[in-house]
Design a binder for this molecule. Structure first.
Ligand code: HEM
Length: 464
């Protein structure tokens, strides 16, 4: 039965399938795939197979699906440049249950929803809009550091980085700024995120079941905010450009139809989830690397103090200030290379095709993973060395540095993430030096890299 199950469909494609094993019945190699991340080495699953099969594409069976892993710059290029021609974005079915209205009556798939969302987002993330956010990000960062970091001798970085990125997202996506209201939202978000990449068993007590419940709760809360915003817009108490919520309420599609409230709630939920854990993982990894590399810390400190000294008392950071943070951004990129918040993403083959001499059948799920280039000496010599100068000049070769993906589905929040990360770096180095409390703290990748104990650090404030 096992052989029949795995060989079904395969025979209808001419040519040889990629080398590889399909593992255990039904679960395939999923446990091994996930467990290398839990042990802190997500790249191991892929690197072991790349060397075993001497191939840049191998077959496997992940998340209950026949899959192929595409490796290296050529694999990335192929998947990123064949979007909607040979491949399309794919998420496990279980995700639809957590984001139920992400597939609405008018569209047939989460992929079409993604395309619809993409048409909306550029307005929110266009340079004029982003420039407006820098000052808001700076003022929220000041309040965050003032209340959560200052006058403390020791803090746990990861929960604080999460509360920083979440506060920003609440303010800039839905206009919620009051810390108490933000905190009310934050808890169900953690529950939701914990169940996203869990075993999808919907029984009371499972992480997946809790995640579905948290999603329902958050969407209910978002609906209340949306209804109030409609009233405020009608009465002129809210502005059309104040956040993404206003923008979504006031933008119609090509046929003049406006989005339904529940659709807006689902989209905002998606953005909050997509943007919050990724950026907080990045900020936490930056703090970790700066603690380990005093010379890099010093160079970031010098650059940030130069900018801080150029500001008058109370003057907020501007877009131009952020353009001057070149070394700091190179450091952030080197952190994203070594500790990418998202390891990779899936596509689905929408036609039979050949890649590197192997047949890929329609319906297979295809996975790209940033580590296959980020940690590959062919693209980044001495890949485990921390070297921000890799990003100077024209930087890495195309399709090799891919923490935000590439092609038409490249992360739409990339620029937003750059701004929030730089504002975070500015505030933390301006105030403190720090040491890790647990020098060899383990990193768990589930699915984002996070220190096992949340990265406790001792803070040493700079003398005024
Ligand atoms: C350091 C922070 C971030 C990283 C590393 C990151 C990375 C990624 C990656 C790798 C993808 C998948 C691309 C693919 O399917 O090939 C993605 C998609 C996405 N990201 Fe981000 N992201 C970050 C921050 C954000 C932020 C702040 C937002 C929102 C404000 C955001 C919104 C999205 C959305 C909506 C998608 C889905 C796009 C689509 O399917 O077309 N991300 N991101």
């Amino acid at each position: 039965l096992h052989l029949l199950y795995f060989n079904k469909n395969s025979s209808c494609v001419a040519g040889t399938l990629p080398p590889g094993k399909t593992g255990w019945p039904f679960i395939g190699e999923t446990l091994e795939f996930l467990s290398t991340g839990w042990k802190g080495h997500p790249e191991k699953f892929i690197f072991d197979r790349m060397s075993k099969y001497s191939s840049s594409v191998f077959k496997t069976h992940l998340l209950l699906e026949k899959s192929a892993v595409f490796c290296g710059a050529a694999g990335n290029k192929f998947l990123f440049s064949n979007e909607n021609k040979l491949v399309q974005v794919w998420w496990p079915d279980s995700i639809n249950k957590i984001f139920p209205s992400s597939v609405d009556q008018n569209t047939t798939s989460i992929n079409e929803q993604g395309i619809k969302m993409r048409r909306l987002l550029p307005n929110f993330f266009k340079p004029e809009a982003l420039q407006r956010y820098v000052g808001i990000m700076d003022s929220i960062a000041q309040r965050h550091f003032g209340s959560c970091w200052e006058n403390k001798s020791q803090v746990q970085v990861y929960p604080l980085a999460k509360s920083y990125t979440f506060w920003l997202a609440c303010r800039l996506f839905v206009g919620v700024e009051d810390p108490e209201h933000v905190a009310k939202f934050a808890k169900p978000f953690d529950v939701l995120a914990a169940g996203l990449i869990s075993i999808p068993i919907d029984l009371p007590g499972t992480a997946y079941n809790r995640s579905i419940k948290a999603s329902n709760l958050i969407r209910k809360e978002l609906l209340t905010i949306i209804k109030q915003r409609k009233v405020d817009l009608a009465e002129g108490k809210a502005s059309a450009t104040q956040d993404i919520l206003s923008h979504m309420l006031l933008t119609s599609d090509e046929s003049g139809k406006f989005m339904h409230e529940s659709e807006i709630a689902a989209k905002i939920l998606g953005l909050l989830v997509g943007g919050h854990d990724t950026a907080s993982s990045a900020c936490t990894s930056i703090v970790k690397f700066l603690a380990e590399l005093p010379q890099v810390y010093q160079a970031v400190y010098n650059e940030q103090m130069e900018i801080a000294k150029s500001k008058a008392a109370g003057e907020l950071l501007t877009w131009d200030d952020l353009q001057k943070m070149k070394y700091s951004w190179n450091v952030a990129c080197e952190v994203l290379r070594l500790a990418p918040p998202l390891q990779g993403a899936f596509r689905e083959a929408i036609a039979d095709f050949m890649f590197n001499g192997f047949s890929i059948p329609k319906g297979w799920k295809l996975y790209w993973n940033s580590n296959t280039t980020h940690r590959n000496p062919d693209f980044f010599p001495e890949p485990l060395q921390f070297d921000p100068s890799r990003f100077e000049g024209s930087g890495p070769a195309p399709y090799t540095f891919v923490p935000f993906g590439g092609g038409p589905r490249m992360c739409p929040g990339k620029e937003y993430a750059r701004l929030e990360i730089l504002v975070f770096m500015h505030h933390i180095v301006k105030r403190f030096k720090w040491n890790k409390v647990i020098p060899d703290e383990k990193i768990i990748v589930d699915p984002m890299p996070v220190p096992a104990k949340g990265l406790p650090v001792k803070l040493y404030p700079h003398q005024p």
